[in-house]
Design a protein. Structure first.
Length: 173
């Protein structure tokens, strides 16, 4: 349940909340997801949904058609068509609003989308596990190499001491 989203907005913040809830809830409908998936003009179609949601939210706040058109940068005819449900976007947004009236404002992620997220999360978990294994292997390699470097430094120090001793012997001869 989405708390604090008024179905009769009183100010700009309320309008924005209702507009956003209408758009998201409509976009997450399985039939709308399918429409978007196969739509050639995806962005245009989503934009129409956004305009319809914005228009309805402002209309519920008591804005006139001309004020809505001015705010949204669309013609009054376009706004009237969305508000009357004559456009597909307007119809879908109205259906979502009526559902909000009946059931309260609920935004549900469809199972198809939820399953996709679950698969993606599982895939990412496996990748993280693999990367952690590689990290452990690399850390172990670094430790072994550091030990090897220390050993070589100790050996070099011993050879340096022997060399100094040989130089002293040669100098004394």
């Amino acid at each position: 349940m989405a708390e604090g989203i008024p179905l009769r907005p009183l100010g700009k913040q309320d309008i924005h909340k209702l507009e956003t809830a209408l758009l998201i809830a409509t976009l997450l409908r399985p039939d709308v997801i399918e429409e978007i998936r196969k739509a050639e003009e995806r962005l245009t179609w989503v934009d129409s949904l956004a305009v319809a949601a914005a228009a309805l939210a402002r209309s519920k706040a008591g804005y006139t058609t001309s004020k809505i058109a001015d705010e949204l940068g669309r013609s009054e005819g376009t706004i009237r068509n969305h508000l009357a449900g004559k456009t597909k976007a307007g119809k879908l947004i109205h259906e979502t609003y009526r559902r909000f009236l009946r059931e309260g404002v609920r935004i549900e992620i469809p199972e198809v989308v939820e399953e996709q997220y679950k698969r993606e999360i599982e895939k990412l978990r496996k990748e993280i596990e693999e990367l952690n294994n590689v990290k452990v292997e690399l850390e172990n390699k670094v430790k072994r190499l550091e030990e090897k470097v220390r050993s070589l430094e100790e050996e070099a120090f011993k050879y340096k001491q022997k060399l100094e001793e040989i130089k002293r012997i040669i100098a004394s001869i």
